[in-house]
Structures are given as structure tokens and as C-alpha cells.
Design a protein around this ligand. Structure first.
Ligand SMILES: [Zn+2]
Length: 298
């Protein structure tokens, strides 16, 4: 009895070591991820088209993957191309399409008088947050995140997140308008100034944070013009509407609770510490092939 107990202890110790080495990976996806995907798929919010095609399930390594990946060549019913094809799950693909329609295109019309025709963006990548060894998985590992590096307008102008964030006033305002609007559509939004990894892109994801929190960083001082236009166009309501009604339900508590003391273009931090791996342009599609579709970061 004592001996078999000892053997069991040794065996489980060996297994633990092996799993630590990555030979056995028992890590499983949280149940809510598959549930959210299933619910999204049954809502039929994703339309299969020449630009959006279903790919086979990605299962592993470890918890990475999703039930039904979509390989996306263009968003917004084919109106907004992607320089690199994206791989996204149903919830994020749906969320990004709504974000384009509700935030990005109205902002592009307001600031440039032209629609966005292309995004430079990264998506699926089986990795941990900030590529930290043994750290928690990034939302990119579940097709639940997108990194946006640049917006190209129909007239060819490009608004680059890194250059534009502290660039021309109009680019600064457009990017801030998009950033603030993003916080109503996603549960994590990180931009230049949030940390060293996000100086050159917006990270958007639909993570489920504890207590329904929405993480929206950096805190910026910016008065969104789209909100003002929308409320002016709306018919008078009996009650004062909430400033930021919801993501699905969460507001942007950081922005509401603590308006920044910083000047308009003076977000602290965000200085470049290392050159991140930029996404390259894979042409063929193999979800299992190692490739860098998402920027380093969340
Ligand atoms: Zn990211």
C-alpha cells in the first residue's frame, strides 16, 4: 500500500515535470470561450462570403484555438480589406465588423471625409500575453483579439497608429476618436502609452475580465465628437443617457472615473523599449504554421 502510494507520487511527479517541459500540455480552454463561440455561431451574425470563409477547427497546442475559425480577407461585407488575412472567431469577427460600422467609418467620414478601405492588422497567434514564458494566454491565442497598426483611406492616405498618435492634429484626433469608441465595443483596448508593447498599435479583444471590467488604457483626455453628433441627432429622451452605455454592458470606468490630468497629447509612458515583431504577410493559410500575425503585446 505504502509502496503503491510512493509509485503514484513518483509517477505524478514525472508527469508534472513533463507537462512543465511542454511534452504534455493539459491546459484547456475555459468553458465560456466555446459557449460564446457557439452562441455567436447560432446567432448567424457571420456571413460566409468571398471575403469570409470558415476554416477547420484549431485545437491546441494547449488551450490555443477555437471551434470555428474564420479566415477573413476583408471586413464590412468586403468594403474594408486586410493587408494580411485575419483568423478570427465568431465573437471577435462580429465585434470588429460592428466597431467598423459604428466607430471607424463615422470617424473617418468626420475627420477625413473618406471611408477606411483597408486595415493593417494582426489576429490569431498561439502565444502568451507579451510572449512571457509560462504566462497567461493572450486573447490572440483564441481568435478573440485583433491588433490594428494602420488605417488606409479610400483615397490612399494612411493613418498609422504609431506615427499618428503623436502626429498631425487631425490624425491624433481620428485615432483618439477610434480609441475612445473602441472602449464601447471591446473589453480590452490598449493603445500607445498603455505599456511598452503597444506604442504602435491598438490591441482590441473580448476577454472576460473579473466583475465585468473593461480595460481601456491609456486614460486620455479627449472629448469624442462622434458622441456629441450622435446625441444631437437623437430625439430628446426623458432621461439623460449614460455617457458610455456599454460594451455589452460595461462602460469605460477608467475614463469616467478618472479624467486624465495629462495634456491632450501627453500620455505618459509608452516609450519604445524594444522593437516588436511586426506581422508579415502570409499568403497561404495554415492555422498551425508558425507565423507572426499579431504584434507583440496582449
Ligand atoms: Zn494584441
Amino acid at each position: 500500500m505504502r509502496r503503491s502510494g510512493l509509485l503514484l507520487a513518483i509517477a505524478s511527479g514525472v508527469l508534472a515535470l513533463l507537462s512543465g517541459c511542454g511534452l504534455f500540455n493539459f491546459e484547456r480552454r475555459a468553458a465560456w470561450r466555446d459557449e460564446a463561440e457557439q452562441a455567436c455561431l447560432s446567432s448567424k451574425s457571420v456571413k460566409i462570403s468571398a471575403y469570409v470563409e470558415p476554416a477547420r477547427e484549431i485545437s491546441g497546442p494547449g488551450a490555443c484555438g477555437m471551434l470555428q475559425p474564420f479566415r477573413v480577407a476583408a471586413l464590412g461585407d468586403g468594403t474594408v480589406g486586410l493587408t494580411n488575412k485575419a483568423v478570427l472567431g465568431c465573437p471577435m469577427l462580429t465585434g470588429v465588423d460592428q466597431w467598423l460600422a459604428d466607430v471607424v467609418q463615422p470617424a473617418a467620414a468626420l475627420y477625413y471625409g473618406a471611408p477606411v478601405a483597408e486595415l493593417r492588422a494582426g489576429s490569431y497567434s498561439c502565444r502568451s500575453v507579451n510572449n512571457r514564458l509560462g504566462g497567461p494566454k493572450s486573447e490572440h491565442a483564441f481568435g478573440n483579439a485583433m491588433d490594428v497598426m494602420a488605417f488606409r483611406l479610400a483615397d490612399g492616405r494612411e493613418i498609422n497608429v504609431e506615427k499618428g498618435w503623436r502626429g498631425q492634429p487631425r490624425d491624433q484626433e481620428f485615432l483618439r476618436e477610434v480609441f475612445v469608441g473602441s472602449c464601447r465595443h471591446f473589453t480590452t483596448v490598449l493603445g500607445p502609452g498603455s505599456d511598452a508593447q503597444h506604442y504602435n498599435h491598438f490591441h482590441l479583444d473580448l476577454a472576460r475580465h473579473s466583475r465585468g471590467r473593461v480595460i481601456c488604457k491609456p486614460v486620455i483626455k479627449f472629448e469624442p465628437r462622434l458622441d456629441a453628433l450622435a446625441s444631437r441627432a437623437a430625439t430628446p429622451r426623458p432621461q439623460q443617457p449614460a455617457l458610455y452605455p456599454s460594451v455589452a454592458s460595461g462602460a469605460n470606468p477608467m475614463m469616467l472615473a478618472q479624467p486624465s490630468e495629462e495634456p491632450y497629447d501627453g500620455e505618459a509612458e509608452g516609450e519604445v523599449e524594444s522593437e516588436p515583431v511586426m506581422p508579415t504577410g502570409p499568403r497561404g493559410f495554415d492555422p498551425f504554421a508558425p507565423r507572426p500575425p499579431a504584434a507583440v503585446g496582449r
